[in-house]
Design a protein around this ligand. Structure first.
Ligand SMILES: Nc1ncnc2c1ncn2[C@@H]1O[C@H](COP(=O)(O)OP(=O)(O)OP(=O)(O)O)[C@@H](O)[C@H]1O
Ligand SMILES: [Mg+2]
Length: 321
């Protein structure tokens, strides 16, 4: 091998050595970077876990506080309603006695005034009962009590109670009960209350129109359903009103409250009761044309085992009464 070849080989070796060294240095620095990044990640992970833990604790505490506040609120409303109902009951009873006396004595002007007092007291009683029903439902203190329901009888009772309301606004009340509606096992009083709320709304928000209740059976693979459709051709609702429907204390707008009164609890109670019966309520409506509320409940509501004992709310009124 010539001296020149030796020299070339030596330079090549030196170049390779230098290149390897540079690669090793780069690898070392990259490894260090990786190590540091990994350490930072581990630290971040630990901090994150700690923060998630702390946040979870805060949320649990906030939820417990909210539940406790809700329980106290329900208890407060139940107590106040109970205390209000007792004297109110006396006012209504005495005002009924006075009405009879005034009628007997032929005192027309006093009779008219007394009728207003009696009407206002009855209205107040309805509001207090609604408030109490809603509180009980919200607190999960209402149970369903299934029994075989005679649909003809249910319809007759509804017609009896609602006819005066329908007449007040010159409405025609019509019921269509399908011949094959069949057997229904559910909570009669609660179903009655839902239908009463829907029908009384239809009568209230319709003038010289038609209020219809349609009952039919819907056959399913697992179970059958009973469908109740309450329709009217009254004032109807727009999209904004529909989006607020079923929320407690929510009414169409302030003009509705002024013109029609009420508390805006009827639909919230109806939905709560309907869900208790295993069902659903939905609605379609067009402003100026009318509304249709559809309620669907299982044809046979299973009897549940009694719920575990909890402290009762202080009152004697049942949501279904
Ligand atoms: N059939 C209907 N036609 C038009 N608007 C309706 C109808 N039913 C309900 N609404 C609207 O929904 C609102 C809420 O109804 P909901 O029954 O909850 O309360 P309310 O009838 O105003 O008062 P309450 O039932 O507590 O006496 C009503 O104020 C009204 O604006
Ligand atoms: Mg109502």
């Amino acid at each position: 091998m010539s001296e020149l070849e030796d020299d070339v080989r030596l330079r090549q070796l030196q170049r390779e050595r230098n290149a390897r060294k540079a690669a090793e240095t780069l690898l070392e620095s990259k490894s260090l970077e990786l190590y540091l990044a990994n350490q930072q990640l581990l630290q971040l992970n630990a901090t994150l876990e700690q923060r998630v833990h702390e946040r979870t604790q805060e949320l649990v505490a906030a939820r417990d506080q909210a539940l406790e506040a809700s329980r106290i609120k329900s208890q407060f409303i139940a107590t106040v309603s109970h205390e209000l109902r007792t004297p109110l009951h006396a006012v209504i009873s005495y005002s009924e006695m006075l009405l009879e006396d005034l009628q007997g004595a032929g005192l027309a002007q006093q009779l008219q005034d007394q009728r207003k007092i009696h009407g206002a007291a009855q209205h107040l009683q309805i509001l207090i009962n609604e408030l109490l029903d809603f509180t009980k439902l919200e607190a999960g203190k209402v149970d369903a009590d299934p029994e075989a329901i005679d649909l003809d009888e249910l319809v007759d009772n509804l017609l009896d109670t609602l006819s005066p309301l329908a007449e007040q606004n010159g409405n025609r009340l019509e019921v269509q009960l399908a011949g094959d509606a069949g057997e229904l096992v559910s909570d009669r009083l609660k179903l009655n209350q839902c239908l009463y709320n829907l029908l009384s709304n239809a009568c209230k928000f319709t003038e010289r129109g038609l209020v219809r209740l349609e009952i039919r059976r819907e056959r399913g693979t697992d179970q059958d359903w009973l469908c109740f459709a309450v329709s009217d051709n009254g004032i109807g609702m727009d999209e904004a009103q529909l989006s607020r429907l079923f929320q407690p204390f929510s009414q169409g707008d302030s003009s509705i409250t002024r013109k029609y009164g009420g508390t805006g609890l009827g639909l919230a109670i109806s939905r709560g009761l309907c869900e208790l019966l295993g069902g659903t309520i939905d609605v379609s409506s067009t402003p100026g044309q009318g509304s249709c509320f559809r309620m669907r409940i299982p044809a046979v509501l299973p009897t549940h085992p009694p719920a575990p004992e909890t402290a009762p709310l202080k009152e004697d009124h049942d949501a279904s009464a």
